[in-house]
Write a protein that binds this ligand. Structure first.
Ligand code: ADP
Length: 273
C-alpha cells in the first residue's frame, strides 16, 4: 500500500458568518478584489496592528470564501502547513495542514508574518504563488491543483527587517503588494471609537497620543503605538477605566520597559489628557 492510500482527514472550513467591521483606508478593497479575480497572490506589508488581519477577514467575508489564518513563527515547518501522518488508535491517518485544507476548499490562506517561518516553507508556497497554482504534498507524492477560488495572502512587517528575516526577491516578486500603514487621524479615530465603544472626542485624544508615540520610532522605540493598542485603551475606557490610566496601561507600558522612555510616554499621556 502506498502512503497516499491512508485515510485523509481534512479540517472543515467555515465561512465568516458576520461582516467584520473594516474601515477602508485607500483603494485596498478594489485592488484585492481585482487580484482575486485574476488569481494573483497578495502581499500585505506594514507595521503590526494596523489592520492587515482585519482587512483579510473582511475580504474573505466579501468574497464569500473561507479564511484560514496561520500565524507564522520560527518553528513553523512545511509539515505544519501541509500536513502529517498521525497514529489514531491503531490506524495511521493523514491530517491535512491548514494550507492543504485551504487549497482543497478554495479558501483564502493568510500566512501572517511569513518571514518568521522557516526557510523551507517558501518552497511549498512558491508553486502556489505563480502560474502553476499547485501544492506539492511530497510525503504523499501528491500534487493538488488549486481551484480558482484559492488565494494566497501573506503579510510582513518591513520595520522588523533584518538580514535574516528579509523576504526574498524570488518570493516577493510573485505577489501583488498592498502597502498598509496607520490610518489617517480622522479615520483612525473612527476605528478607535467604533471598536472601543467610546465617543469620538476621546478617540481623537487616543489617536493624538498614538501619533506622539509614533514620532519616537527610531528615537527610543522600535515602533510607536499601533491602532490595536489604541483600540485596547479605548476598550478599557469603554468599561469605565479613566482615560489616563487606560492609556498608561494599554499604550505606555505596553510599548517599553526602559525607565527613561516610560517617563517620556507618561508625560505624553499627561499632556494629551
Ligand atoms: P495587523 O494584522 O496589521 O497586525 P489587525 O488587523 O489585527 O492588525 O488590527 C488590529 C486592530 O486594529 C483590529 O483588531 C481592529 O480593532 C483595529 N483596526 C485597524 N485597522 C482597522 C480598520 N481599517 N478597520 C477596522 N478596524 C481596524
Amino acid at each position: 500500500m502506498t502512503k497516499a492510500a491512508f485515510r485523509t482527514i481534512t479540517p472543515e472550513l467555515e465561512m465568516l458568518a458576520a461582516e467584520p467591521y473594516y474601515q477602508p483606508v485607500a483603494d485596498e478593497v478594489a485592488l484585492f478584489e481585482a487580484s482575486a479575480a485574476r488569481r494573483l497572490p497578495v502581499l500585505l506589508k506594514g507595521p503590526t496592528g494596523c489592520g492587515k488581519t482585519r482587512f483579510v477577514e473582511y475580504m474573505a467575508w466579501k468574497l464569500k470564501r473561507p479564511l484560514v489564518t496561520v500565524a507564522c513563527h520560527d518553528d513553523l515547518t512545511t509539515a505544519d502547513l501541509v500536513g502529517r501522518y498521525l497514529i489514531v488508535g491503531d490506524e495511521t491517518v493523514w491530517l491535512d495542514g491548514p494550507l492543504t485544507a485551504a487549497v482543497r476548499a478554495g479558501a483564502i490562506c493568510y500566512l501572517d508574518e511569513v518571514v518568521e517561518a522557516r526557510k523551507d516553507t517558501t518552497v511549498v508556497i512558491h508553486p502556489l504563488a505563480d502560474t502553476r497554482r499547485a501544492l506539492a504534498v511530497d510525503k504523499r507524492g501528491e500534487l493538488i491543483p488549486a481551484p480558482p477560488e484559492f488565494m494566497l495572502v501573506i503579510s510582513y512587517n518591513p520595520g522588523y527587517q533584518s538580514v535574516l528575516k528579509e523576504i526574498k526577491p524570488s518570493t516577493r516578486q510573485r505577489f501583488v503588494a498592498l502597502e498598509f500603514d496607520y490610518p489617517g487621524a480622522e479615520v483612525e479615530a473612527q476605528i478607535v471609537a467604533t471598536e472601543g465603544g467610546i465617543d469620538l472626542g476621546s478617540a481623537r485624544k487616543l489617536v493624538k497620543l498614538g501619533e506622539l508615540t509614533r514620532n519616537l520610532k527610531g528615537a527610543g522605540l522600535d515602533e510607536g503605538a499601533s491602532t490595536r493598542l489604541l483600540v485596547h485603551a479605548a476598550q478599557l475606557i469603554g468599561t469605565g477605566v479613566s482615560a489616563p490610566v487606560a492609556s498608561t496601561a494599554a499604550v505606555a507600558r505596553a510599548l517599553t520597559d526602559d525607565p527613561d522612555m516610560t517617563q517620556t510616554l507618561d508625560d505624553m499621556v499627561r499632556a494629551v489628557f
